[in-house]
Design a protein around this ligand. Structure first.
Ligand SMILES: CC(C)(COP(=O)(O)OP(=O)(O)OC[C@H]1O[C@@H](n2cnc3c(N)ncnc32)[C@H](O)[C@@H]1OP(=O)(O)O)[C@@H](O)C(=O)NCCC(=O)NCCS
Length: 176
């Protein structure tokens, strides 16, 4: 089930495996803690996160997490996932899947996040999802840029969560 990859020739997305844990930990930084993870990681927390994600892969979703690799150098450069569990993502509607991402500090500013967001969408369409969602804190300029470059539409609605208000972007991935 999780032994496949998605590629556009520049990036490769592979379902997260334990062997990716150390590079993932090394790529953690204050920006990722502040905007995404909410806490400093250790090798144990990363491994436990991967184990939970592998379980989701085995169950067929509704969480799909991928490690991102540069296709040319083979370097692991980040994480992207889709989460369609309404218990974990506030404001999800039927057919929605929420996309989150993190690019490791040394690999930022090269277009990898935008490319990964584009690359993952056909996979979600194949899985039957209709709308991709990205939710971003209004002060997270770098991530707002990703949603805009990936041609998501900013919807007027915002989502209130414990950490504040997030701007919601969406993109239709299936007309069915
Ligand atoms: C948000 C985050 C993933 C954005 O990463 P990023 O590398 O800036 O995003 P992109 O991959 O879209 O790259 C865009 C940048 O690369 C530049 N770039 C260089 N080559 C490029 C190319 N071939 N194609 C597109 N952009 C390119 C763009 O000009 C842009 O630079 P700018 O920010 O100076 O304008 C990153 O800052 C991060 O991991 N933050 C912490 C976690 C986080 O906030 N996650 C999102 C929570 S909602």
């Amino acid at each position: 089930m999780n032994d496949f990859e998605l590629t556009d020739g520049e990036l490769i997305l592979r379902p997260f495996k334990l062997e990716y844990a150390e590079a993932h930990l090394a790529g953690d930084d204050a920006e990722n803690v502040h905007w995404l993870s909410g806490g400093v990681s250790t090798i144990e927390t990363v491994r436990n996160w991967i184990i939970r994600n592998q379980q989701a892969w085995e169950e067929g979703g509704p969480v799909y997490s991928f490690a991102i690799f540069d296709a040319k150098t083979g370097q692991q450069v980040g994480m992207i996932d889709g989460n369609a569990n309404p218990a974990q993502v506030e404001g999800l509607e039927e057919g929605d899947i929420n996309i989150s991402y993190n690019i490791y500090p040394s690999a930022r500013g090269k277009g990898y996040a935008t490319r990964a967001v584009n690359l993952i969408q056909p996979f979600f369409k194949e899985k039957g999802y209709k709308t991709a969602i990205i939710r971003v804190h209004p002060d997270n300029a770098k991530s707002l840029g990703v949603a805009e470059r990936a041609n998501f539409t900013r919807v007027s609605e915002t989502v209130n969560r414990s950490e504040g208000t997030l701007i919601k972007f969406k993109k239709l991935i299936s007309l069915e």
